[in-house]
Each structure stands twice: as structure tokens, then as C-alpha cells.
Design a protein around this ligand. Sequence first.
Ligand code: ADP
Ligand code: MG
Length: 396
Amino acid sequence: MAIFKNEGALTPDYVPDKLPFRDDQLKLLQTYFDSFIRMPGSIYVKAVMVGRSGSGKTVTSKKFGSYVRVASKGRVEFVHVSCALHRTSFSVLKTIGLALGLPVPRRGFSSEELLELILDDVTTKDKYAIIALDDVFYLLNYSGPDAIDALVRLGEEYSGKGYRFSLLLISQSESFMDQLNRGVKSSLGGAVIEFPPYTKDQIFEILLNRAREALKDSAYTEEILEMISDVAGVDPEDQAKSAMRGDARYALDILWRASKLAELNASPRIMPSHVREAVMQTLHGVREDELIGLSLHEKLLLLAIVNRLMRSSDTPYISIGDAEDEYEMICEQYGQEPRKHTQLWDYVKDMASRGILETRLSGKGMRGRTTFISIPTEPLETMKQAVESMVKRDLG
Ligand code: ADP
Ligand code: MG
């Protein structure tokens, strides 16, 4: 009856043994960082990884991390920092310090001072590390280019036996580089590794590998996996229609949900209806951990927008005024003091820049200039449930 053999192999953080279709990217990483790994301190390497959500950037960087430790015989450490969770240079530096086993002061230090402290400590303890700043646009949007500057400086510092750090920046597109201070941008130079979105065939292969690890043989057929690949993979014939696709995370999420539904319904295997239902329940462009990273009031505003959109089922847009009215009611419901209009404005812009919302100015036949908001890509019911439970968690 059981569907799962090892459910863990379908969780987002799982790092599989093999990463099909990412050999080239892994090779490039190894080549760029080769000198730092072989002769730590001799050089300061900076490289950038770019690709859409679900194109395998995070998992490839972690694979590279294991390689670094082995190839350097433990001399070089690899520190992976999620900037979705750590959005200030202080928080990033603290994470680096903790990962390197350095004593990190809890409070009362500026990030400048923390930086000095870390540099002193790595020199005394003779440590080297490659720092991966994952989803670095969060840090940039939240703290500005100076935060990146500070971290780039961490690597530039030449102390004792040379350069202590090298840097790997990971983002969804190259456009974040335009926001960096000029010197930093040019110093990143040409070391950009691209992660193209996966085609349907590639998604199928990834799903098949993962299903073999995670599910009982009798629990799925290749047709079921093909069905999911069709939803999640890029169609090489029709790139435009695939603007949101090529996302392995989305595909794996659907597979996991469909497996859960089969289990829940006491079905001996995953049926097409389970896949259809799973597709309805799965957030697409938006990731759950991105939502978790929003501030409480951003979540309340998002919840308000979702609620209002669900009620106005005949139009895809609501005005920012409607969103505000709804937000005030929700604040009352949760016993929260509402934020001011200008603040809400910033929230809308922030969520739009991360692709959670779409905005546009009032269209034909409408008077005045009002901003309209929509959520075109996500099932609203799913979004509502996800945000609601996060708000409850935030409020303890
Ligand atoms: P990104 O960081 O680019 O958004 P991730 O690296 O988090 O994407 O990948 C999303 C999910 O897909 C993860 O569960 C990851 O393990 C899986 N995945 C991505 N690429 C591959 C691959 N080539 N082979 C196997 N699994 C993959
Ligand atoms: Mg990632």
C-alpha cells in the first residue's frame, strides 16, 4: 500500500547523488575556483551563477561545496548563505562566522566591526572559505549595493597568508549586477555561469531519478512522470509560452504532492487525478520560503490582496485602494496596528519586484492614475492557505 520508499528524497533541501544536465556548470565552477582550492590564499576568485527559479543553482552550488571540501583536503570550507533568510550584511556576516566556528558577538557590534573580527579570527585560525551568497538580489533589494560591497571587501582583504575568502554570487538574472557599485560590477567580470531552464525531457529525467529514490516501484508509471514534465518543462517548440517553466522545483513539488494525495486516498499508486489536484495545490513562480521571508505586515497585505482577488472573480485586477481597505480589516482581525499608505506602497513594489504580484497603472476607460494589482500565476486558494498559516506562526 505504501507509496513512499524514502520521502526525504523529494524534499526541497535534498541533494541527490547525481545532477543530470549540470555537469558543464559544475566543471566551470571547479575551473574558476581551481587555484583558490589548490593554493588557498594565492588568489581571490569571484564568480556568478544565474538562472531562473528551479534551474538547479542552489543544489549545484551545494554539490560544488562538497567537491571543495574534498579537493582542498579540508583546507577550504564552503559556506552557503541564503540571502532570502539573511538580508543584511550583518546577518550574512554572522552566518559566515558561525559556519566557520568563530565566536560571534550577539549584539553591540556594527557590521564593520564584525567584518574586522572575522578577518582577525580567520587569520589566527588559518582558515579559508568560499562564500556562496544565494539569491543575492534579496540582500541587494533589502540592504542596497553597499551591503554587497562590504562582503566583496571581506574577500579583498589580504591578511597573513593571503586572501582568506572567495565569493560565489547566485541570482535569477544578470540584471542584479547593474545595481552594484561600479567597481564591484567590473571586478565580477566575465565569470558568469548560466543555468538554462530545463526542457520537458530533462525534467522527466530528473523526476525519474528522484522517483526511483523516493517512491516504491509500484507507486508510479513513466506516464505519470511525463504528465508532470509537460506542466513543468520548457517546450523547445514554443519558448514564449514557457516563460514560467523549466522549473525542477515545481516539478518535484507536484510529484511530492501527488504522492501524498495517493497515500491519503489509500491508492496503491499515483493516478492522473492526483497529479491534476497536485498541480492545483502547488505554488508556481513563488516559493514558500520566499513568502516566509516577508515581514508580518507584508504578509497581511498579501493576504488582503488574495482575499479581495478571490471575491472579485470577474476581474483579474484590484486597485491598491481596495487592497488597503481589505488590509485594514485584516489588521483589525489579527489585532495589528495598520501601516501607513507610503509603507504599503513600498510593500507592493517589493512584492512586485520579487514576482509575487503583478502591477500596472490604470488602463483604458479608467479615470485617474491608480495602481492595479493581480496575481496571475498562483492558485489563490493555495496562496491564501500558505500565507494564513505563516501569519499565524509569526504571531505565535
Ligand atoms: P534554484 O536554486 O535554481 O531555484 P534548486 O537548485 O533549488 O533551484 O533546484 C530545485 C529543485 O530541483 C531541488 O529540489 C533540486 O534538488 C532539484 N534539481 C534541480 N536541478 C536538478 C538536477 N539537474 N538533477 C536533479 N535534481 C535537480
Ligand atoms: Mg535557489
